[in-house]
Design a protein around this ligand. Structure first.
Ligand code: HXC
Ligand code: NAP
Length: 313
C-alpha cells in the first residue's frame, strides 16, 4: 500500500505531467532506461542526437559514434551538460569491421557492457541512378547495409558469447525499404536489406535474448537529410507536408519516444516489428483511389447520383 504522502505526491505529479501531455512531450516514466548502456551510431547529429538526448534523460548511459570525433565530442559535452547523463563519443566508421570491434572494446572498457545497439548511421543523396559511379552506389550500400551488418554482427557475437540478457538491436530504416523509391536507389536497396536482416535475426537470435526491431520514419527535418535530399529551392518546390495526410512533418521527440519504448523493457514482447511513423505518408502514395481526396465535398452528391442512376442498367 502506498503511503498517503507518496500517494498525494503521485497525484500532484500525475496532474502536472498530464497537463503537459502532447505528441512532442517526453513519453516514458523517469528512469525507464536506468542501468542500460546504449550505442547509437551516427549519434552526433540529427535523429541520432535526438534519440541519445532522450535515452540520457531516461537514465541510460550512451555511446555515440560517427566518423567525425570533433562533432561527437561537442555533442557529448552539450548533452552531458543538459541531461546530467554520461556520453562516450567514439570515432568509428561503420564501414570497417575492425573499427566497429574497437568501438565495442572501448565501450566495454568504459561501461563494462552494452545492452542496446541503434543502427542509425546513414549516407544518402538524390541522383538519377544512371549518373552514379559504381563507387557512389557502393558508398551508400557500405554505410547503410554493411555498416548495420558490421555493428549487429560484432555486438551479436559478443552478446551470445557472454550470455548477456535483455538485449536489443533497433534499426532505423525508411518506408521506401518496402516500396522502393526512384532517385535514392542505393539507399532504398540498402534499407531493404536492413529490414530483411531485422526480421531474420528477430527469429534467429531471440533464443539468445536479443530482440530486433526497426523504425521507419517519414520526413523528420534534419540538416543531414534535407541538405542532401532537398537541396536549394527543392524544399519549397516539394513541400513534404503536402504528401502527408496529417499535414505536418515529424518532430524529433516523437521519434525519440518510439525509439525509447522499443529499447525499453516495456516492449519486451515486440520482436521483428517495423513501426512506421510517417503521418500516413507512404499509404497516401499507395492507395489506388487516394487521389479522390481532391474531389470537393459539394461534388459528392452529384457523383453519388450518377453512380446510383446506373443501377440495373
Ligand atoms: C553523385 C556523388 C554525390 C552526388 C557523392 N558522390 N555525392 N555522386 N551525386 N551528389 C559520389 C562521389 O563522387 C564518390 O564517387 C562517391 O559518391 C563517394 O563520395 P565521397 O564524398 O568520397 O564519400 P564520403 O566522404 O564517404 O561521403 C558519403 C556521402 C556523404 C554519403 C556521399 O553525403 C555523407 O557523408 N553523408 C552522411 C550523412 C547523410 O548522408 N545523411 C543523410 C541521411 S538521410 P567517385 O566515383 O567519384 O569516387 C536518409 C533519409 C532517408 O537516409 C529518408 C528521408 C525521408
Ligand atoms: P544525419 O544527421 O545526416 O545522420 C546520419 C549520421 O550518420 C550522421 O551523424 C553521420 O555522422 C553518420 N554517418 C554517416 N556515415 C557514417 C559512417 N560511415 N560511419 C559512421 N557514421 C556515419 O541524418 P538523419 O536525418 O538524422 O538520419 C538518421 C537516420 O534516420 C538515418 O538512418 C536515416 O536514413 C534515417 N531516416 C531519416 C529520415 C529523415 O527524414 N530525417 C527519414 C527516414 C529515415 P558523420 O558524418 O560524422 O560520420
Amino acid at each position: 500500500m502506498p503511503s498517503v504522502r507518496a500517494d498525494s505526491y503521485y497525484k500532484r505529479n500525475f496532474t502536472k505531467n498530464f497537463l503537459k501531455m502532447g505528441y512532442n512531450q517526453p513519453m516514458l516514466r523517469d528512469n525507464a532506461l536506468e542501468g542500460q548502456v546504449i550505442i547509437i551510431t551516427g549519434g552526433g547529429s540529427g535523429l541520432g542526437k535526438a534519440m541519445t538526448t532522450y535515452f540520457l534523460q531516461l537514465g541510460a548511459k550512451t555511446v555515440i559514434t560517427s566518423r567525425n570525433l570533433d562533432k561527437l565530442k561537442k555533442t557529448a559535452e552539450e548533452l552531458e551538460e543538459s541531461t546530467g547523463g554520461e556520453v562516450l563519443p567514439l570515432a568509428c566508421d561503420v564501414r570497417h569491421y575492425d573499427q566497429v570491434e574497437a568501438m565495442l572494446q572501448s565501450t566495454l572498457e568504459k561501461f563494462g557492457k552494452a545492452d542496446v545497439l541503434v543502427n542509425n548511421a546513414a549516407g544518402n543523396f538524390i541522383s538519377p541512378t544512371e549518373r552514379l559511379s559504381a563507387n557512389a552506389f557502393d558508398t551508400i550500400i557500405d554505410i547503410v547495409l554493411k555498416g548495420s551488418k558490421n555493428c549487429t554482427l560484432a555486438l551479436g557475437k559478443h552478446w551470445i558469447e557472454t550470455k548477456q540478457e535483455k538485449l536489443t538491436v533497433l534499426n532505423i530504416v525508411t518506408t521506401y525499404a518496402w516500396t522502393g523509391s526512384a532517385y535514392v536507389v542505393p539507399s532504398a536497396t540498402a534499407k531493404a536489406g536492413v529490414l530483411a536482416m531485422t526480421r531474420s535475426l528477430a527469429v534467429e537470435w531471440a533464443k539468445y535474448g536479443i530482440r530486433t526491431n526497426a523504425i521507419a520514419p517519414g520526413p523528420f527535418p534534419t540538416k543531414g537529410a534535407w541538405d542532401r535530399l532537398l537541396p536549394g529551392d527543392l524544399k519549397e518546390e516539394f513541400d513534404m507536408k503536402k504528401k502527408i495526410p496529417l499535414g505536418r512533418v515529424g518532430e524529433h521527440q516523437e521519434l525519440a519516444n518510439l525509439a525509447a519504448y522499443l529499447v525499453s523493457d516495456f516492449s519486451a514482447f515486440v520482436n521483428g516489428e517495423v513501426i512506421t511513423i510517417d503521418g500516413g505518408e507512404w499509404l497516401k502514395g499507395a492507395g489506388e483511389f487516394n487521389m479522390l481526396e481532391k474531389i470537393p465535398e459539394e461534388m459528392w452528391d452529384m457523383l453519388e447520383m450518377m453512380i446510383r442512376s446506373k443501377k440495373n442498367k
